[in-house]
Design a binder for this molecule. Structure first.
Ligand SMILES: [Zn+2]
Length: 286
């Protein structure tokens, strides 16, 4: 499902390229207290961001920020890396996001092809916690090969399984990127991006499973390639999702309903019985 390779260069970036990119972005920086460094990879991986560049970025932002948010795979979250960062910034200023996607190793290995285990995540998250570094965990809603119901249940279980490890849970609904397996399945009518109702259902129930701050930023929401409902209610539902992500107040979902709610419920009930033939009946019978 991941389309990052579409935007990646085949020639590696130099240290100087990364420094220039950072300086360019910093021209727009006005001492905002929260800075997110979105590397689409692992900030702590020295082959992606060389250690001197990591340190340069952190040192530059040290005095003006309250929180610096980066992302990393668990294998780069090591005692050694944390120790070197500690020399540059107070560790409580740091937040590290990990793309766990699911606590289920089978789903992560076979449907997502991620290449690390839940055990590795737990070890990395514990190490971060030990050093008072905030932990953010990304969950993936609806990887390929799972039904809507299977994926919703999987995300809810993951919220519970990660409760003692993470400070923030961020739900990422799958969207259809170019040249991916998901696009191949979607073109054949064998994949539908998740319903926004599934996102709402997850957000509503998550607060009883975890104390983490739960949020969801729906990329491409309301479009046929992104998480969507029937087209009529999408805007309103997306607004409620955004509001919940800021306030954590599930009352924002009260009274939200649409004719398509029943269709979504039917999909949850019937998809597993239909052996994949009810993936997206809306698309074939508009
Ligand atoms: Zn609707």
């Amino acid at each position: 499902m991941c389309g990052y390779f579409n935007d990646s260069l085949l020639t590696p970036l130099t240290e100087q390229d990364l420094r220039s990119q950072f300086e360019h972005a910093m021209q727009h920086y006005q001492n905002e207290p929260l800075v997110k460094l979105f590397t689409s990879g692992s900030f702590l991986d020295p082959s992606e961001i060389p250690t001197p560049v990591q340190h340069h970025i952190l040192t530059t932002l040290k005095d003006t920020t309250e929180k610096i948010s980066v992302e990393s795979r668990p294998e780069y979250i090591t005692e050694k890396n944390v120790q070197t960062i500690q020399k540059k910034i107070p560790l409580e200023k740091l937040e590290v996001g990990i793309g766990l996607e699911t606590s289920n190793d089978l789903v992560r290995e076979k449907a997502i092809n991620k290449g690390f285990t839940f055990q590795q995540y737990k070890k990395a998250a514990s190490l971060l916690k030990k050093h008072k570094i905030s932990v953010k965990t990304y969950l993936l809603l609806k990887p390929p090969f799972l039904t809507e119901k299977e994926s919703l249940d999987d995300c809810l279980k993951t919220a519970k399984d990660t409760a003692s490890f993470t400070d923030v849970l961020s739900l990422n609904p799958t969207n259809v990127q170019r040249h991916t397996v998901v696009e191949y399945l979607w073109n054949r009518g064998q994949y539908r991006p998740p319903w926004l109702w599934s996102v709402v259902e997850f957000l509503k129930h998550s607060k009883s499973l975890t104390k983490a701050f739960v949020k969801c930023d729906v990329v491409g929401g309301g479009s046929s390639r992104g998480a969507h409902n029937c087209g009529t209610c999408d805007k309103q539902v997306l607004q409620a999702i955004q509001e919940f992500s800021l306030t954590q107040n599930k009352e924002v979902f009260t009274g939200l309903s649409c004719r398509c709610t029943e269709q979504w419920r039917d999909q949850l009930d019937l998809e597993s019985l239909s052996f994949g033939s009810l993936v997206d009946f809306q698309r074939w019978n508009p």
